[in-house]
Design a protein around this ligand. Structure first.
Ligand code: CP
Ligand code: NVA
Length: 309
């Protein structure tokens, strides 16, 4: 069981390379069929606050808690008093009296930090507008399963400089993987997060760069990654984004620039024929369903590390 110096997972910025590697190795252990039902969280209860939709996050956290001998509770902000204006701090203090951990999916990263500051129990970020750390843990597990290591591997992220991209560039930097993000002008990642990832990368030998040229980004890549062009909360921008991202689709002609043994990754849900062609999503290089399954294993490792103490 990995020993973490943290109460929470708010962003992977707080985690060292070694802590991330330990989590991934523990996740690989928990993934073995004989370890599926280890009762490491017997009787523990996780509350899961959702202010946005979810399939993978909701189901993998709930199934994971049950497999570990605990229980998970789905709390939609449409139902709980937080959605009617009860403060985050009060919600945190009340839930700390009932639960052993909280997972939250919301808009502002500050909501997650405020919840954590006012909770005596672990808080896990299940996606904000800025970060998606649980997705990155599963992605790193998938890359590790495929290549056996991270060093000197190259990831090309084609698309929006969003929450998924932010967490991935931090994860890549900490694991020593080169990372290039190709996006249209105006859709770059946050400058401060990029600078942070570049500084982390300088310590591990990973180059973290941004370009507007998808073919250049993909040249020699071992991993091609993409995500939707309009994230949750950006529905009104859908049309404008469809236009802006023209030429940034991951398809056969773009993938031709990658390493012959590249893998294609996507956090899902996917929009076929927008950010990715059906041929690539369904093709032999695609690992998207292995990646989705790995959400379960990576999060079980995280839950045990944070709540098993
Ligand atoms: N990848 C991901 O977080 O999926 P959901 O939105 O379905 O949870
Ligand atoms: N960037 C996407 C990821 C969904 C899992 C969103 O925030 O909607």
């Amino acid at each position: 069981i990995p020993t973490l110096q943290h109460k929470d997972l708010l962003t992977l910025r707080d985690y060292t390379s070694n802590e991330i590697l330990e989590l991934i190795e523990f996740a690989a252990e928990l993934k073995k069929p004989e370890n599926k039902h280890l009762p490491l969280l017997q009787g523990k209860v996780l509350g899961m606050i959702f202010e946005k939709s979810s399939t993978r996050t909701r189901v993998s956290f709930e199934a994971g808690m049950l497999q570990l001998g605990g229980h998970a509770m789905y709390l939609s902000t449409r139902d709980i008093q937080m959605g009617r204006g009860e403060t985050i701090a009060d919600t945190a203090r009340v839930l700390s009296g009932y639960l052993d951990g909280i997972m939250i999916r919301t808009f502002a990263q500050s909501t997650v930090s405020e919840l954590a500051e006012n909770s005596s129990i672990p808080v896990i970020n299940g996606l904000t507008d800025d970060y998606h750390p649980c997705q990155t843990l599963a992605d790193l597990l998938t890359i590790h399963e495929t290549f056996g290591s991270f060093k000197h591997k190259k990831m090309a992220y084609i698309g929006d400089g969003n929450n998924v991209a932010h967490s991935l560039m931090i994860g890549a930097a900490k694991m020593g993987m080169h990372f290039t993000l190709a996006c249209p002008a105006g859709y770059e990642p946050d400058q401060e997060i990029l600078a942070y990832a570049q500084a982390e990368g300088a310590k591990t030998g990973a180059d973290i760069t941004v370009t507007h040229d998808p073919a250049a980004a993909t040249a020699g890549a071992h991993v091609i990654y993409t995500d939707v062009w309009a994230s949750m909360g950006q529905e009104a921008e859908q049309e404008a984004r469809l236009k802006a991202f023209e030429g940034f689709q991951v398809n056969e002609s773009l993938a031709a620039h990658a390493d012959p043994d590249y893998i294609f990754m996507h956090c899902l849900p996917a929009h076929r024929e927008e950010e990715v062609s059906t041929a690539i999503l369904e093709g032999k290089h695609s690992v998207v369903f292995q990646e989705a399954e790995n959400r379960l294993h990576a999060q079980k490792a995280l839950l045990v590390a944070l709540m098993g103490k």
